[in-house]
Design a protein around this ligand. Structure first.
Ligand code: HAM
Length: 467
């Protein structure tokens, strides 16, 4: 038996598919979050947030099969009825949020009467999906959501796509690294019907197309047969319209007029409008049509899109969901938006050497210390460290200090540089005369400054260093 007071250590690992964020990882995460927030605000979006768990039914009804299989279920276990429900149905009353769109639609529907049209919202929630962890896919991840609600014109579609492109540009990525692949569910639905699918099987056919890459060829062929889909005919039809639409996009990108499109349908009208709106935003060079994209979530209606990078899972995905808000009891309200995860985005940035590190990262985040105070003198200068650091902090400066007993100046300055401090404040024998030595760690220059003037001096020289 363990003696009282003795502790038997038990080691735990974080659950599979989750991450521990030590300071270096946290800084990289903040860099991405900061870019998401800055660009959202620049484009006129307001930040919102919702609960981290919702009624499981919210997702069961609104998100569709693809997400249902990935829910992390949640219940308190406190009520016997709840426990019995979970035992008998296998379904808990709550689920950790696997996505944000149903929450956003619920929130909009609740206050629809008082919200402006369009409403432009962004959020940076943590999501949970019980997926098999793999490159680019974890079980806990951050996802930037941006949505334009209450505007049905393709300008809203182009506005959210321009926001995603704005983010990529902010981070140094270009159309060489990423492609925005555009599609339209109404068009694909039209072509599915022309390829033998009945109206009743349309939803199943779209789900089948979305899962195609994850299915064996025979299984796909068998599933097509079951819903009367002639896959070869569909591929030919999709290819033909895709070619025409991509030529129209290229013509517009090169400053020409939009050529006529042989096929006439409302979906083609939407796509022509989308090309024009993307052209007005100056982002056609990022885009191409790819009608193999249908998106796995059940609520999407017209335009859908994904952003992809070579060799990676999708960086972002989104589209129109014009019926979702009404399905939550709100007025009929068109909406369009996307979600972008931090996992693949980080991989792409790292792959292209675009994730800043060290001092540059600290500079971007505004976390570089202004002063790192060290004592290289006797006990009387040691005694000045704590009050001086407190003074600097009261003056609004980011001040750190050495806790080491060593008086070796090289070692102390190395610690100052290791946390990317702008200045090292050295307390030495001049301390007794009311002076301190200030070393600029960016250019190596050194000044003697009166202690009473130090905060002001650093503030002035820090802002000069910033200009
Ligand atoms: P989604 O395609 O399911 O769409 O997810 C969007 C993005 O979230 C993906 O492209 C990926 O970057 C990231 N993501 C998804 N699952 C994972 C995972 N397991 N691990 C890491 N990252 C992941 C939606 O969620 C829609 N609700 C987006 C939306 C907003 N549509 C309209 N508005």
């Amino acid at each position: 038996m363990a003696s009282p007071g003795s502790i038997r250590p038990v080691r735990f690992q974080g659950p599979k598919g989750t991450r521990d964020f030590y300071p270096a990882e946290m800084a990289r995460r903040r860099y991405i979050e900061q870019a998401w927030r800055t660009v959202s605000i620049r484009h006129g979006f307001d930040e919102i947030e919702g609960p981290t768990f919702e009624s499981a039914d919210l997702y069961a009804v609104k998100s569709g099969e693809a997400i249902l299989g990935e829910l992390f279920q949640a219940f308190s276990g406190k009520s016997p009825e709840e426990v019995e429900q979970v035992r008998s149905t296998g379904r808990a009353p709550y689920a950790l949020r696997p996505e944000f769109t149903p929450t956003l639609a619920r929130m909009f529907a609740d206050r629809a009467a008082s919200l402006p049209r369009p409403t432009k919202w962004f959020a940076i929630p943590i999501h949970y999906r019980a997926e098999r962890p793999q490159r680019g896919r974890l079980r806990e991840f951050l996802q930037w959501n941006a949505d334009v609600i209450g505007e049905e014109s393709p300008q809203a579609d182009a506005e959210v796509i321009a926001l995603a492109v704005g983010l990529f540009t902010e981070l140094g990525l270009s159309g060489r690294h990423l492609t925005v692949r555009l599609s339209n569910r109404d068009l694909v639905s039209e072509l599915l019907i022309e390829s033998g699918v009945g109206e009743a099987d349309l939803a199943a056919a779209l789900t089948l197309l979305d899962r195609r890459d994850r299915m064996a060829a025979e299984e796909f062929a068998r599933s097509c047969c079951q819903i009367g889909l002639d896959a070869a005919a569909l591929a030919a039809r999709l290819g033909e319209v895709q070619g025409e639409m991509n030529s129209a996009l290229a013509a517009m990108e090169n400053g020409g007029a939009m050529p006529p499109i042989a096929r006439k349908s409302p979906a083609i009208g939407q796509l022509r409008g989308l090309i024009e709106a993307l052209g007005a935003q100056g982002i056609l060079k990022w885009c191409e049509f790819d009608f193999s994209i249908v998106r796995g979530l059940a609520y999407y209606t017209g335009t859908v899109f994904e952003v992809t990078a070579a060799g990676e899972r999708a960086v972002a995905g989104g589209g129109r969901y014009d019926r979702l808000i009404a399905s939550f009891g709100g007025p009929p309200t068109p909406a369009v938006g996307f979600g972008m995860g931090d996992v693949v985005l980080s991989l792409v940035l790292e792959e292209h050497g675009l994730m800043p590190e060290g001092e540059r990262l600290a500079e971007c985040l505004g976390t570089r210390p202004d002063a790192f105070v060290v004592s290289a003198g006797d006990e009387s200068s040691d005694a000045v460290v704590a009050p001086l650091v407190a003074e600097l902090r009261r003056a609004g400066l980011h001040a750190r200090r050495s806790y080491k007993a060593t008086k070796k100046i090289d070692k102390l300055l190395k610690d100052a540089a290791a946390c990317y401090s702008r200045f090292a404040v050295i307390l030495d024998e001049t301390c007794s005369t009311g002076n301190v030595q200030v070393k600029n760690l960016d250019d190596g220059s050194q000044d003697t400054v009166m202690r009473t003037q130090l905060a002001q001096w650093i503030t002035q020289h820090r802002s000069r260093a910033h200009v």
